[in-house]
Design a protein around this ligand. Structure first.
Ligand code: COS
Length: 385
């Protein structure tokens, strides 16, 4: 379907498509097999200014919106979710600085982020906090001109590889959600180390590690926003990033559909290509319809977020929920359409199916998305009374 993209948007999409086809597809199976971090591809993306798409020009970026960013995410995801997760998590880690950072912080960090010189990660999740975003136990205690961080963050995408970390920690444990604050912590700060690299079902090219803080001292000025704003920083960050996860869903689903439809034209059974068999056609028809519906929703919500609407929690949760459930269903069905071949590592769809699962889990499980939507509906219906 034609989404009437502008010339600039088409340029970004087509360049991302070219990188996906030429640089990612040939190596994705090997990156997955070896759990290799895609540094070469990150360098290519940096050379094409992709890390700065949504960063204002005054800080060295392209000055475009989240919509242009998700066009790139979708194309990269068509080829490999491990790679696109690395790229999208960089934006997730950057949003706290972009949305709530001081002018000094923006000047200090955004140019290096926009150029792709320094990779970013977002640290919220812990052993007992993730879905329960207010349950963070890592502490940040003010001592003179420094905050002292103690605690462990779990399952942090880009952990170990990133140089800049935006981290949520508790500054006042008596205040619940209002006792959390957000900080920038740089790799190499004494007292900041990394746990082991996780061995994952999918997105194996991406790095997932613990962040360990042991009396880690950071300058007082590294707080993002004010003390007590950490929960809101995290929520607003996720409101912004979830359309990116939706775009990942659209991309991987499209990649799986393309592989399955191409295969169904080639493989013959009962003396005909399997694509001529109605049972297969119906599966492909459902897959294509679901992908287009997901794309339409994700694009609309991304544009809505870019318009600066005050509260986008419900809409971004809907985009993430719908598109990632579609991604899971479509990738499973792509394996089914391809039968025995789909199950083999020789073909790309078994990896897509393994990769897709994380989309229903990270940046808020799809059960949490339903909670967010449900809570918004309760508020809306109360207003209408
Ligand atoms: N934007 C602005 N404010 C928000 C908000 C948002 N998106 N979501 C919640 N708030 C506010 C609430 O309005 C409330 O304010 P008051 O104290 O003034 O009433 C406060 O924050 C606490 O909200 P709530 O009571 O809803 O908090 P909960 O602890 O019940 O959290 C959800 C609810 C599910 C929304 C939250 O925990 C969440 O999103 N969890 C998932 C987080 C996630 O994605 N984790 C994945 C790891 S990070 S990759």
């Amino acid at each position: 379907m034609d989404y009437f993209l502008t010339e600039e948007q088409l340029m970004i999409r087509d360049l991302a498509r070219e990188i996906a086809d030429e640089k990612i597809m040939p190596v994705r199976a090997e990156l997955d097999e070896k759990e290799e971090f895609p540094w070469e591809i990150m360098k290519t993306l940096a050379q094409s200014d992709f890390f700065g798409i949504y960063i204002p020009e005054e800080y060295g970026g392209m000055g475009k919106g989240g919509f242009e960013f998700i066009l790139a995410v979708e194309e990269l995801s068509r080829a490999c979710l491990g790679v696109s997760t690395t790229y999208a998590a960089d934006a997730l880690g950057t949003y706290p600085i972009l949305l709530f950072g001081s002018e000094e912080q923006k000047k200090k960090y955004l140019p290096d982020i926009a150029s792709g010189k320094r990779l970013v990660a977002f640290g919220l999740t812990e052993a007992n906090a993730g879905s329960d975003a207010a349950g963070v136990q890592t502490t940040a205690k003010l001592e003179g001109n420094e905050y002292v961080l103690n605690g462990t963050k779990q399952w942090i995408t880009n952990g170990g590889e990133a140089e800049i970390y935006t981290v949520i920690a508790i500054t006042d444990k008596n205040k619940g959600a209002r006792g959390a604050s957000a900080f920038v912590v740089e790799k190499g700060t004494p007292g900041f180390t990394f746990g082991k690299k996780e061995n994952k079902l999918g997105i194996r090219a991406s790095s997932t590690r613990e962040l360990v803080f042991e009396n880690c001292r950071i300058p007082k000025d590294n707080i993002i926003g004010k003390e007590g704003m950490g929960f809101i920083v995290a929520m607003k960050t996720l409101d912004k990033s979830r359309t990116g996860v939706g775009a990942q869903g659209v991309g991987v689903a499209q990649g799986a559909f393309d592989a399955a439809a191409g295969f169904a034209r080639e493989r013959h059974q009962f003396g005909q290509p399997v694509i001529s068999i109605q049972a297969v056609q119906h599966m492909l028809a459902d897959m294509a319809t679901q992908i287009e519906a997901a794309r339409s929703l994700v694009y609309s919500v991304a544009k809505y977020v870019d318009c600066g609407a005050k509260d986008v929690s419900k809409e971004s949760a809907m985009a993430k929920l719908f598109a990632t459930d579609v991604a899971m269903k479509v990738t499973v069905d792509a394996v089914q359409v391809m039968g025995g071949s789909g199950y083999m590592r020789e073909y790309p769809v078994e990896k897509m199916m393994r990769d897709a699962k994380i989309l229903q889990i990270y940046e808020g499980t799809n059960q949490i998305q339903r909670n967010v939507i449900g809570q918004a509906l309760i508020k809306e219906t109360a207003k209408k009374k």
